[in-house]
Write a protein that binds this ligand. Structure first.
Ligand code: SN0
Length: 315
């Protein structure tokens, strides 16, 4: 495996899930794979779960792990090609990536969208530059348009907690004070479409995601109808894709609360975190026994470890 940036990078998702389950059962049996190997993690944005779970995943496989918060600790990076670099940017991103590739065997990168220009963000230039110039396998630690390690952990969590073969999974938009990326919902939709689930997305009008990600997912604007019979409620805020990067609604009736959870089939509650409590979801729901937020976070180590294991096996 040379890159992991989306679900399509896994040739067989069912096999990958089974592999993840075995990794979870015996996390230390592949330590030989990572001996004398270094994992590099480059962040352009803040991170808690991704950083720590990736470090632990690498360590569980016997790897050394190095982390660089490149926007805070590195030189200011030029990301455009062909510019005369006589301004404030000291280093071109392609040189920085090439150099980091000399020091590591596998490279993870977190790049975020700017949420200013859809075409620019959806071109995934930074992520693709990493794939192009690193010279080593690259793992996306959340890019402008996807968060595949999160979705892999989410699928694993659903598989572990579902009571029927084909559960009803609902992705619901929730309000938020800031404009957030579409990466988590895009990715979640993409992975849900790869599973044989009943998958429904609900959001206020104007929050339609890019169709490449939702494909044939059902979009139900009536929130109560969407929630009815749900086995899993996955809450997330995102900014508008079509009115790019804009906040179109702060409607507090979209906060997931006990009343809306009562429409469901005693659904589990899910969120990728970080979460704005009592904005996205009320305390009583997120702190209830139905909440899977810590299980999801736990599975972040497992999804990364499964990907790293595959990459190490092919080095
Ligand atoms: C990120 C997002 O993509 O929505 C990371 C999710 C894994 N979340 C945020 O940036 C939240 C920031 C905030 O102000 O609450």
């Amino acid at each position: 495996m040379k890159q992991f940036t989306q679900v399509a990078d896994l040739p067989n998702l069912e096999v990958a899930i089974q592999e993840a389950i075995t990794v979870k059962k015996a996390p230390f049996i592949h330590q030989h794979l990572g001996k004398n190997k270094t994992l590099g993690l480059v962040f352009m944005n803040p991170s808690l779960r991704t950083r720590l779970s990736s470090q632990v995943a690498g360590q569980n496989l016997g790897m050394s792990v190095i982390v660089l918060n490149i926007t805070k600790e590195g030189w200011q990076l030029e990301t455009q090609d062909g510019v005369v670099m006589n301004g404030d940017k000291a280093e071109h991103v392609k040189d920085a990536i090439g150099v980091i590739g000399q020091y590591v065997d596998i490279l993870g990168v977190r790049s975020f969208p700017k949420l200013e220009n859809a075409q620019e963000d959806y071109s995934e230039k930074i992520l693709l530059d990493f794939v192009k110039y690193a010279g080593v396998p690259v793992v996306s630690l959340e890019s402008a348009t996807r968060h595949p390690l999160q979705s892999f952990a989410d699928v694993l969590t659903i598989e572990e907690h579902k009571k029927i073969a084909k559960p009803k999974v609902v992705l619901t938009w929730s309000p938020h004070p800031r404009a957030l990326p579409q990466a988590v919902p895009n990715s979640f939709a993409e992975w849900m479409n790869a599973m044989d689930y009943e998958f429904v997305i609900t959001h206020p009008k104007g929050y339609e995601l890019h169709e490449a990600f939702t494909q044939n997912a059902k979009i139900e604007y009536d929130r109560q109808k969407a929630f009815e019979g749900a086995d899993f409620i996955y809450a997330k805020n995102w900014s508008s894709f079509h009115d790019y990067g804009k906040i179109l609604s702060q409607d507090a009736t979209w906060t997931v609360d006990q009343k809306s959870m009562q429409w469901t089939n005693q659904a589990h509650f899910m969120h990728c975190l970080p979460v704005r409590r009592n904005v996205i979801v009320t305390d009583d729901v997120i702190d209830s026994p139905q909440s899977l937020i810590l299980e999801q976070a736990k599975n972040r180590t497992i999804s990364m470890q499964t990907i790293l294991k595959r990459m190490l096996e092919n080095l």
